[in-house]
Design a protein around this ligand. Structure first.
Ligand code: NAP
Length: 489
């Protein structure tokens, strides 16, 4: 960072107070900046952990690894953190670092326009603001994908998307349908399998399931985490998990590696060993490679679908009727509640916000084919505008917190160029983005995500919209921007 005495007093606007927006606030304060506003469209922080409150909500990244590196938490209740605890953790951390004072809640940014060397922002309620630097921390999976199922409006019971869970609706002893077999649908099935009178899992495409342990930490363990900072640090970087992450990210990049074959063998064995009924086993058997869709980690999904009252309905949905769902095989399932675990529109990022860069260049036009950004962070003609968890960014199945921290380290060096007076505007060069994108696309096609299945990882042209190289390469690239790829004005 430029030394504080010599640098410009920059004005920052951060969009979104989820994990990445709060991180930005913490890091900016830590660097001595204090002219910062974080605009948040909702009335609380938390992003995905605020919006998702469905039964069974758990993160499949180990608790101690799902923390900011600088803020370990000795009090996680389980090996895998429940959603509500994650939300508490972020709320606590936001207050502890004084970031709560920077946030303007219930203010959705609608427009963001670069004029006269500054960003001009407008909120839905009519507030205008200006910024030298904008950080877009809007998240990836925040616009629910509502399926177009005929008759959906005719349903007389309760129907909602899983990211809009209606907690006033009773579930115990009810007949519940869950549409979708992603990480969300699988967690809900596990949670409701002991509560609903009848639970129907509408599975259009089966998923491979990776077994995972999720026990509670004992009080003794938590006390030792509290009393031993070294142990807590060790837990954050627990060697077995770190090695698994590395093995998995490498396997994604090399679908024919022994590591990927080992993953496939584990998920196949999980299905063979844990689903007793051969007919059900075949219903649950995917016909594509493991990890082609985002791999699902579950300690108990197979157990849940074999409980009395739980049924797996395959083959798609014909329509929704006033009393329930009719499958495409003609079977009718009478239901009181339908939960749509149908995922998210993963290509939205900051949109529907209207963003206009230098010389009137509109983001919607630049992204008309697909969202693109140099290293997921910077877009040509959108100077001093940086994204956290931007397009084509996800690295494997793993912690977006870790990814965001590395991206912040990279962005902070670009901010430094402006703060030090070396330039007033910094953005990726168009030719750098073109070259990066060409290389990324070629690599992405040969990852496991491109091995022949449908998933939210694929863009409109069927190319995986992910980081296509190893985690090591991600870390190396994020260590320092290649400044030749940037235009400094
Ligand atoms: P998703 O992975 O996109 O899954 C959506 C599901 O809905 C799929 O099974 C899809 O079937 C089905 N579907 C969509 N439209 C349908 C229709 N019209 N009729 C029938 N089925 C339909 O969504 P998600 O489960 O919400 O997960 C999204 C992502 O959120 C995850 O991949 C993960 O990144 C994140 N997440 C993470 C965790 C965690 O523990 N870390 C937990 C939950 C979510 P097809 O497969 O046939 O398309």
């Amino acid at each position: 960072m430029a030394t504080q005495e010599k640098r410009r007093d920059l004005r920052f606007v951060v969009i979104g107070a989820g994990m990445a927006g709060v991180l930005s606030g913490i890091k900016l304060l830590e660097a001595g900046y204090n002219n910062i506003t974080i605009y948040e469209k909702a009335d609380k922080i938390g992003g995905t952990w605020r919006e998702n409150t469905y039964p069974g909500l758990t993160c499949d990244v180990p608790s101690h690894s799902y923390t900011y590196s600088f803020e370990p938490n000795p009090d996680w209740s389980h090996l895998l953190p429940p959603g509500a605890e994650i939300q508490d953790y972020f709320e606590r951390t936001t207050r502890k670092y004084g970031v709560d004072k920077l946030i303007r809640f219930n203010e959705e940014i609608m427009a963001c326009d670069f004029r006269d060397g500054q960003w001009h922002l407008q909120t839905r309620s009519g507030i205008s603001d200006r910024a030298d630097i904008v950080i877009a921390a809007t998240g990836v999976l925040h616009v629910p994908r509502m399926p177009a199922i005929p008759g959906m409006d005719s349903f007389k019971g309760d129907i909602f998307h899983t990211a809009r869970w209606d907690h006033s609706v009773p579930l115990d002893g009810k007949r519940v349908g869950v549409v979708g077999t992603g990480s969300t649908g699988v967690q809900i099935i596990s949670a409701l399998s002991t509560r609903a009178q009848k639970l129907v899992h509408f599975q259009r495409t089966p998923q491979w399931i990776m077994p995972v342990e999720n026990r509670a930490f004992t009080e003794e363990e938590k006390a030792s985490f509290r009393n031993d900072p070294e142990l807590l640090k060790y837990m954050q970087n627990e060697p077995e998990y770190v090695a698994n992450v590395e093995r998995f990210t490498n396997a994604i990049v090399e679908p024919d590696s022994p590591a990927m074959h080992e993953i496939e063998a584990i998920v196949r064995q999980n299905l063979e060993d844990n689903v007793r009924d051969p007919e059900l086993r075949e219903k649950l058997r995917p016909n594509y490679r493991a990890a082609c869709k985002r791999l699902i980690f579950s300690p108990d999904f197979y157990e849940a679908v074999q409980r009395p009252g739980v049924e797996v309905a395959i083959g798609g949905i014909d329509c929704i009727e006033p009393e329930g769902i009719r499958g495409s095989d003609g079977t009718f399932h009478a239901l009181d509640v339908i939960a749509l675990a149908t995922g998210f529109q993963a290509d939205q990022f900051m949109r529907p916000m209207n963003i206009v860069g230098r010389n009137g260049v509109e983001l919607n036009a630049v992204w008309s084919e697909r969202p693109r950004a140099y290293y997921a962070i910077s877009i040509p003609e959108f100077p001093n505008f940086f994204m956290l968890n931007g397009p084509n960014g996800p690295v494997g199945n793993f912690s977006l917190i870790d990814i965001a921290e590395h991206q912040w380290h990279y962005i902070s060096q670009l901010i430094d160029k402006v703060a030090s007076g070396e330039c007033r505007e910094v953005s990726a060069r168009p030719e750098a983005l073109e070259a990066f994108d060409r290389e990324r696309i070629a690599a992405a096609k040969s990852t496991i995500f491109g091995s022949g299945c449908q998933s939210w990882y694929l863009d409109a042209e069927g190319v995986p919209a992910t980081w296509p190289w190893t985690q090591d390469r991600f870390r190396e690239e994020m260590a320092a921007p290649r400044m030749g790829a940037y235009e400094l004005v």
